[in-house]
Design a protein around this ligand. Sequence first.
Ligand code: ATP
Ligand code: MG
Length: 575
Amino acid sequence: MYWSRFYIPTLKEDPADADVVSHSLMTRAGMIRKLTSGIYTYMPYGWRSINKVADIVREEMNRVKSNEMVMPTVQPAELWQQSGRWKAYGKELLRFSDRHERDYCLGPTHEEVITDIVRGEVRSYRQLPISMYQIQTKFRDEIRPRFGLMRGREFIMKDAYTFDKDDEGADTSYWDMFHAYEKSFSRMALRFKSVAADSGSIGGSFSHEFMVLADTGEDSVAACKKCSYAANIERAELKPSGKVADGSKAAAIEEVHTPGAHSIEELTAMLGASAEDMLKTMLFVVDGKKVAVVVRGDREVNDIKVKNHFDATEVELMPGEMVEAVTGAAVGFAGPVGLKVDAILVDYEAMEKDCWIAGANKTDKHVKNVNIKRDVPGAIVKDMREIAEGDVCPECGGEIELPRGIEVGHVFKLGTKYSAAMNAKFLDENGKEQFFVMGCYGIGITRVVAASIEQNHDEKGIIFPPPIAPFEVLIVNLDPTSQDAADAAAKLHDSIEAMGLDVLVDDRDERPGVKFNDADLVGIPMQLHLGSKNLASKTIEAKDRRTGEKTSLPLDGFEQAFADWKKKVYQGWNM
Ligand code: ATP
Ligand code: MG
């Protein structure tokens, strides 16, 4: 391909609304153009990279015997009503009606459609397992579309679905997909971690997220510095330290006057004590029940753990008026002693000290010398807080750190959640009707391209890993008006293409400075610089975009020299 015929509208300036480097570089390198909030055109140069990612995923899906198909983007409301998600999915689901006033939505995901297909077609256990996938545009009306392709409203996802006859089969399907994901992301040269995740509202019991580690990630990952433990922060468990203060050393409870100290910060300032000496009591409404959760003053309650404890569908912070009614005090003075709620959950750490400072359930009052064991009978002691930097790894006792991550893939074991809701059954070996045991698996194809750029760039521009680069090789013709140089460039182009690589020749009539800047900006991993000077000396300059290292390659015997250099460049990418 020749740049003069390939449309790459590069820009010198960062777009005004770019909040992360991938968004800015993808716009400047002519990969994407914004149409409206969260909705982008994939320009020719960007589309090539998106397709390379899709092709790798496609190969790995096919390898685990998943069948490619394409489902419609427009989905009828009835299917979503059957699964219960017409209500549950909320405002991310873009809904509309047709001229006959029938309701539809734009597919944010396809569990309903695939379950409908399989329940109508598959009758017998002999037809199972079945695995199908598609690579297709999704629409989610995200509350805050941002970061370019990382959180768009319209984006491309690979979504796969498996149907098995039993749990064991579903587990096999799950791990096949898990390994296919590991392989796909490794082939793209991404630095990633698979983390155990909470299955959230989609339900099910097995779930892993694949996180690309990058400072701009929207998620935090809890990872051990010592072992391979990694978990979604919402899911990360904490073990009890084993230390339980029995209260034998605790003095009697004593009330202290703390006017206006509604928060832990205000209280520490007023009492000159540290947040680690205090208890924080948070009040929730959990499926209609009044629940108090007690953690150390410097900790945060993990409401997913609260939700999971009750196997609840809804956990909400208690509204202010209700807090006042329950505690008999202004908001900010709740404490566990004498509190009248349906349940008090206490985090392990709150058992470790003999004496705590806590809210008194009286306005402008706190209490000292609170001991949970002695003073809060009936408390349920459990892991209730969010993991933090420096915590102890639940697997090996090492130290936890919290790197930022971008979720690029997600695998779920769904079980019979959708098949039961939508009455999707087959006949088992005994002629008995059973619900399909399902799994669903997503990869954000467009998000992967952005995530890769977050990991691989410098101040000059993008640095594409060769497997997902729009072109692997860029020949920069520095003398575009010379026929000899044009001929030499064409010859190199053809011989590199014959090696099975995608190659672009910058044949534009531009100054070398412009071309070098654009070459670094668009990030093609292997650059070859060619001008009249090179033709005289019969050598060409090769530049590894990642390291910036330059190597001289002979024009006679070019193919072998190039192949050796290419090998070195790929080795630098660990491939
Ligand atoms: P997130 O927590 O980031 O919103 P999710 O849990 O909603 O993600 P899934 O429903 O599991 O995501 O979708 C599968 C994959 O699709 C995600 O792992 C992610 O890579 C991608 N994805 C999800 N939402 C978006 C989006 N708004 N823009 C781009 N890619 C997305
Ligand atoms: Mg989401």
